[in-house]
Every structure is written in C-alpha cells, then in structure tokens.
Design a protein around this ligand. Sequence first.
Ligand code: GLY
Length: 398
Amino acid sequence: MVRKNDAKMNRIKLLVLLVGIAVLTACQNGVPEWYENGLRTAHVQLLEGAKEYEQSGLLPRSTTPTGKVHLGKPANWTSGFYPGNLWLMYKMTGDEELKQLASSYNSLLKGQEYNTGTHDLGFMLYCSFGNGLDETSGKDYRELLLKGAQSLISRYNPKVGAIRSWDFGEWEFPVIIDNMMNLEMLFWASKETGNSLYSNIAVRHANTTLKNHFRDNFSTYHVVSYDTISGAPVSKGTYQGFSNSSSWARGQAWALYGYTMCYRETGNKAFLKRAKEVAGFVLPQISRCDDCIPYWDFDAPGIPDVPRDASAAAIIASALLELQNYVDNSENYMNIAEKILISLSSPKYLAEEGSNNYFILKHSTGSYPHNSEVDVPLVYADYYYLEAMRRYGELRKF
Ligand code: GLY
C-alpha cells in the first residue's frame, strides 16, 4: 500500500525531475543556472504549500516564533500576496494547477473590496485580483477591483491631499510611505472607467508625499502626520524603523517602487526625478552589503550583526528593473538588480525545497522595533522576488 507521505514524496520527485529537465534545456538556451534554480524552487514551494494550506481558509503570511506557518486572515494587509504569488508563477510557467489554486485563494478575499478601514486595499486586491484579471474572462474581478478603488478613495482627505493610512495610534492623520504602493489600483480604475477621479487622487497623494516625506538626501521618513484643519504636516517619524531620523530599509524600497510606478502611470517627470533621487540614496547603501541584501534599517545599530530584510531587497530589485527602462544610463540599475536576484537565488536566502514552511525566501524582517516577524520568511518578499524574476526574464528575453 502506498502511504500518503510516500505518494507526496513521489509527486515532489516527479516535479523536481520535470523541472530539472527544463533547467537543462534552459541552460543550453543561455538561461543562467541561478535563475532556473530560483524559479524551480519557487514552483515547487508554491505548489506544495498552496495545497497544504488550502483547507485552512487563511493565507500564508510568515513564520511564528516557534517555527510554524503563520496564516493570516483575509482582512490582513498581506492577504493579497499569496494568491499574487500563485498568479505570477502561473504566468511564468503556464501550470494550470497554479491557476486553479490562485482562483481558489482569491475567493477568500471576496468581501474585502468593501473594507474602508485600511489603506492597504491596493496590496490586498490589486496583487490578487489584479494579477488574475488578464487570466479570467469573468467580470467579477473587474467589478470587485472598482469597488475596492471606491473604498480606498473614501479615505482621501482633500485638505491634506492624501489618503489616510492607519486608524490606530496617536497621530491625527498618519500617512506612511508604503501607501504609495496602493495608488496603482487607482490608476488602473481611472483607465478602466474613464473617470479621472481615482487617478487625480493618486496624483495628489503622490505630490503631497513627494513634498513632505523626504529628507534633503532623498531618504524617506516612514510616517508623516497631518493637521486636518490646515493640511500641514505636524510630525515626521517612524513606526517600523530604528529611529525618526533613520532610514528603514523597506520604506526606502516602497518609495523607489512607488515613484517609478507613478511615473509609468502619469509620465510626470517630477515622479521620475524623485525615483532617480531615491535610487541615488539607496544604491550606495545596498552596495555596502557584501551580497546587496540590506540590513533591516540602513542605520540600525550593530551593523553588520543585525538581521537583513530580503523583502526590501526584492522590492528594490523589481523597482530598478522597471526604472532602468526610463533612464539613459541604465547599466548600474540593471547590475544592482541582478546582484540582488543572484543573492536571493543563492542557498543563503533561497529555501531548500520542502522547507521554510513552503515560502520561497528566508531572512526578511517585518517590524524589528515590535519584535514581530524578525528574520523570517515573508509572503511579500516572495511576491516581489517573483515579480522581479519575471521582469528580469522578460528583459533578458529568456
Ligand atoms: N506595509 C507594511 C510594511 O511594509 O511592513
């Protein structure tokens, strides 16, 4: 009699064998081994993990302090990344099983489009339903995303000129740099409907952030809070970084990605200029790490003996691979992005197949000051790694 575990091992072995054959073929076609290896591991991890966790009705997020998988609720800000990972991998492989799993995980998020209590709807809905949009013929994803865009702009304050980020804490009207990422869904909504309301709000938010979130060296604060009567910023500081004057690595990554995306969507040269200025601050910081994977905060005390943040690295790689399209001297951006991807695809950061609770990457940091998710796998590190690998493959014409 074949036991369940033996059958599972045989499936994994067969998958590894098939992907191994694909690797050999790819190497003959000039695809680097590190690239093929990274994608093979990602494919195996996602297929096995998605099946393992499917019955839970929850979405993989990270690892608990005791080493177990941390499954998050659909209302969690990270909920869209897991289906997003399945969609991205499906797009790269055409594996129909991934598509079916992606749809199934997406369905857990239905209802979140009415959630007006968070600014993270862009992450939650656009990474999940947005990625599935081209792959399904149904209208429900479109309708759901448009409803999500309406919910997101309900948090916009015209006096401040920004979308409110959080509803907790002592701040009067907190806006975090991460919020730049949620604007992509608004640009999409305007293109889809012909109604400029969404993109006007996105542009206003990006302009307000451009004016108030950056220091003279183009590093970014994490949280800026505004006075809702005057619209003026009243405090600038951090929540997840080391200090109010330090540069939290993922915050810098969100800024780089956010302004690159805003330039793509608007053609506004001020956004391109800011993306390049942020890159000018970030790249020397990245280059001072032997493997181009940043420490969790660029100013963390104790460097080099502090945790890295692979998620920041993956976001930066993906952003640079887009930004290099918009500049004349793109070589440096391409080189750093490639170095990051090679590091992330090495055994130091890439999980061994079947381990790491089926996440792809190791060594990310969620919130060091709150001792939360420190040096663990994070689902959004995997998401931006896959997106960057896809962009890299397209640029190299693999
Ligand atoms: N958007 C939350 C974070 O980057 O941790």
